[in-house]
Design a protein around this ligand. Structure first.
Ligand code: NAD
Length: 497
């Protein structure tokens, strides 16, 4: 295995200046399957300098919108052409199933197409009525400049693309720093951007650790914007580091997402089956390593026993294994740290009085040498428990109950986060009432997890600042500029002398 050149600066692929490398681990069997460059401060500074040059002197920020949009569409086509390979790489690196890896690639291609369409359909600027025929006033939107894009390990390609596509559509240059655990598909994406014809220096990547690479990007005086997706504690560090240079900051952080099930959503056997099935999906897809995972089931007390019984029965049947193996429904956790964290949360919940209904253990036997953990259902939970308040980011579902609508809303909003939540009910009035009262950036009614590239994604509270996707996801990467032109200038005579 040779150390790869995974740092891309000013159009050149390089090893780390220090020569350091990092092993990339397959979480399904804990073996090393790739080596990447372990970048440091010197590599980061070189990447920022290249992005700065490409922004200040290069053609990309001044490239006509139609050409930028055409490039984004070429990238989408290349992604689709490489769907199988990219899906498989994502599956191996992040431990997700192959089908999830493929779906991620489709979603990424959609995001590139969406932002291409969005910029193509815009008008050039907004003319403002200044109250005089002698004044021409217009508001235009310009690229922010050099963007630092820092991403997590759970949806590596997707999260990078939700930043890269709008950043490029708006005419910015960037340095991306993928998670050190799962950098491989982001490196591949930079290759595809090159293949699509992006000028050198516009797209730069530094593989390496959060500190120093991410930390340096966040504080760097030549970076104009930092867009970060990751955990709350790293996000607050990024915000502090960005303060001295007063750069724009966008944060997509964690979630502790409620899935509220009213009794009227479970009346027929068919509706009951749908609600249980979706609760299972909400909590356990990608082994719960999803920022919007429905990790808090809040079910009406009268239905608790039947609902949790069925949920636990089905959770026990989930087939774990390597994501690329046939029939596997859930892969491993991404790292030994994530596994240990999950085990620790389950132990603390049980010590605090939760009742284990499914899982609560690692699977045994051949094929489980990696970081596997059984999907876990914890009944009889309450809001004081750590497992209810803090993001586990593993396959752990807690169950709380309510008796009234007000109680359900209060429980669902009782979190410092506010990323996403769902309400299940057969009553349309209640659906709209509850959706209106939930303090979360996305609310699903009788569904869980879907998102649309046209609709903003992001959180209330400590789930973040700003939005990705949708028109607001493009606006993050722009500065508004008011151009006020006096067509008949005259002296003002404020000062008499
Ligand atoms: P993390 O915070 O550990 O790491 C995220 C990224 O930040 C990585 O690239 C890491 O190297 C980097 N980083 C770490 N310390 C840094 C520092 N001091 N300065 C700058 N960069 C630093 O998060 P993770 O464990 O990779 O990802 C899981 C978290 O991401 C969860 O909390 C999850 O909810 C969140 N997430 C949120 C969304 C969303 O859309 N809101 C999407 C996916 C994941």
């Amino acid at each position: 295995m040779s150390a790869q050149q995974t740092i891309h600066v000013g159009g050149e692929w390089r090893s780390a200046a220090s020569g350091a490398t990092r092993e990339i681990i397959d979480p399904a069997d804990a073996t090393v399957f790739a080596l990447v460059a372990e970048g440091g401060t010197e590599d980061t500074d070189a990447a920022v300098a290249a992005a700065r040059r490409a922004f200040d002197e290069g053609e990309w920020p001044r490239t006509p919108v139609a050409e930028r949009a055409a490039l984004l569409r070429r990238v989408a086509d290349l992604l689709q052409r490489n769907r199988e390979a990219l899906g498989a790489l994502e599956s191996r690196d992040a431990g997700k199933t192959l089908e999830e890896g493929r779906v991620d690639v489709d979603c990424v291609a959609d995001a590139f197409r969406y932002f291409a369409d969005l910029v193509m359909n815009e008008s050039g600027g907004r003319v403002v009525d200044a109250g005089s025929d002698e004044i021409h006033s217009v508001v235009v939107h310009e690229p922010v400049g050099v963007c630092a894009l820092i991403t997590p390990w759970n949806y590596p390609l997707l999260q990078a693309s939700w930043k890269i596509a709008p950043a490029l559509a708006a005419g910015n240059t960037f340095v991306v720093k993928p998670s050190e655990i799962t950098p491989l598909t982001t490196v591949e994406l930079i290759h595809l951007l090159e293949e699509a014809g992006l000028p050198a220096g516009v797209a730069n990547i530094v593989t390496g650790a959060g500190d120093p690479v991410g930390a340096r990007l966040a504080e760097h005086p030549d970076v104009d914007l930092v867009s970060f997706t990751g955990g709350l504690s790293s996000g607050t560090k990024v915000m502090r580091a960005a303060a001295d240079s007063v750069k724009k900051v966008a944060l997509e952080l964690g979630g502790k997402n409620p899935n509220v099930v009213f009794a009227d959503a479970c009346e027929s056997d068919e509706d009951f089956d749908t609600a249980v099935d979706q609760a299972l999906n909400a909590a356990f897809i990608h082994s719960g390593q999803v920022c919007s995972a429905g990790s808090r089931l809040i079910v009406e007390e009268s239905r608790r026993e039947r609902f949790v019984g069925e949920l636990a029965r089905r959770a026990e049947k989930i087939r774990l294994g390597r994501g690329t193996d046939h029939g596997v429904e859930c892969g491993p956790l991404v790292s030994p740290q994530q596994l240990a964290k999950t085990e620790e949360y389950v132990a603390s919940a049980l010590a605090e009085g939760a009742v284990l209904r499914a899982g609560g253990r690692r699977p045994e036997g051949e094929g489980y040498e990696g970081y596997f953990y059984r999907p876990t259902v914890l009944d009889q939970c309450h809001r004081e428990m750590r497992v209810v308040r803090e993001e586990v980011f593993g396959p752990v579902l807690t169950v709380e109950t309510f008796r009234t609508e007000d109680e359900a809303v209060a429980l669902a909003n009782d979190t410092e986060y506010g990323l996403a939540g769902a309400v299940w009910t057969a009553d349309p009035g209640r659906a709209r009432r509850v959706a209106g009262r939930l303090r979360h950036g996305t609310v699903w009614i009788n569904d869980f997890h879907p998102y649309l590239p046209q609709a903003e994604w992001g959180g209330f509270g400590k789930s973040g600042i700003g939005r990705e996707l949708g028109p607001a996801g493009l606006a993050e990467y722009r500065e508004a500029k008011h151009i006020y032109q006096n067509l008949a200038p005259r002296p003002v005579r404020w000062f008499a002398g």
